[in-house]
Design a protein. Structure first.
Length: 318
């Protein structure tokens, strides 16, 4: 898979830093009501504002859902609403049940006709800055489309979970999911409290000859920060294209690769002639880490932090 496709499908390039907020408008209530449930009343109309600023009105909680990006699909499952999904993308592989759902998109383009035939109560779409124009086809067919801008930080992931929970009238479950993620990250950081000097790490997300890595203002950088590792390319912005010589110069202690579309990503790195003197290669510290876990801005971000920590500091994470 080419790097541009990989980034579009797994780690959107948008670097918008404003966190997605829960813009739920509380449904009208009778003045005599003394208590209001923290869950949206599923039998009363309510309105949620998406990341386009569009107010989407729901007569009742959606019963059927189409998701156009794997991270949102994972959020829906985390909210215990996976059985309501009727359409997902070709890349939705987690949890296992997601693999049995109708495919309606390759995460870049979607089959509007098929989605219209499915007639879902809501389509959870996404954007990396601007919503795809093709979404208008769905809206013209009177299908509610809720657009979420791709998250580039943990706070934005929490905001996405809150938004989707509000759309599905599952606010309490959304808060529970977020608390579980935060607890997992806190547990990892407690174990890493003994780290006196962070290990220097290079992350490869596309192999030679077109080598790409991660820099600051990215979702991956936040994973590294929470795992107490130092990114040797943190001074660069976004997803930079770098040279082999730059990696040699920065001499990382550990190399992590998320490349899953070559036969042996670790072996490929270790076999580069000019890299034999890099500390990570001399010490056998080249490791593959699951690209789905570490690239999807969804409910497995706590797992991503734990995965990186276990790989870089195995002795502390036992």
């Amino acid at each position: 898979m080419k790097i541009k496709s990989f980034l579009l499908l797994s780690i959107p390039l948008a670097l918008t830093l404003g966190a997605c907020q829960d813009n739920t408008e509380a449904p009208a209530t009778d003045e005599t009501t003394e208590e209001t449930s923290t869950e949206t009343a599923s039998d009363a109309p309510y309105t949620i504002t998406d990341d386009r600023g569009e107010e989407i009105e729901f007569e009742q909680a959606p019963e059927t859902i189409v998701s156009l990006i794997p991270s949102n699909t994972e959020i829906v499952f985390a909210l215990d609403a996976g059985d309501q999904l009727v359409g997902v993308t070709d890349f939705d592989n987690y949890p296992e049940a997601a693999q049995d759902i109708e495919r309606v998109s390759d995460s870049v383009e979607f089959n509007a006709e098929k989605i219209i035939q499915l007639d879902p109560d809501v389509v959870l779409a996404y954007s990396t800055g601007e919503a795809p124009p093709a979404l208008a086809q769905l809206e013209d067919a009177d299908i509610p489309v809720f657009v979420i801008e791709s998250a580039t930080s943990f706070d934005e992931v929490y905001g996405d979970i809150e938004q989707i929970a509000s759309v599905l009238a599952k606010e309490e479950k959304g808060a529970e999911v977020i608390e579980g993620i935060q607890t997992q990250i806190e547990d990892v950081q407690e174990r890493l409290a003994a780290v006196e000097e962070q290990k220097e790490v290079y992350v490869e997300i596309s192999p030679s000859p077109e080598i790409y890595t991660t820099g600051k203002s990215t979702f991956m950088q936040e994973i590294l920060d929470h795992a107490e590792v130092a990114n040797v390319f943190e001074n660069l912005e976004g997803w930079p294209n770098i040279s082999e010589e730059e990696v040699i110069t920065r001499n990382p202690e550990v190399i992590l690769t998320t490349v899953s579309y070559v036969e042996d990503a670790v072996g490929d790195i270790e076999a580069r002639d000019s890299w034999s003197g890099i500390e990570a290669i001399e010490n056998g510290e080249v490791h593959f880490i699951d690209s789905d876990i570490t690239s999807r801005p969804g409910p497995r971000i706590g797992e991503a932090v734990q995965l990186v920590a276990e790989t870089v500091y195995p002795e502390l994470m036992e």
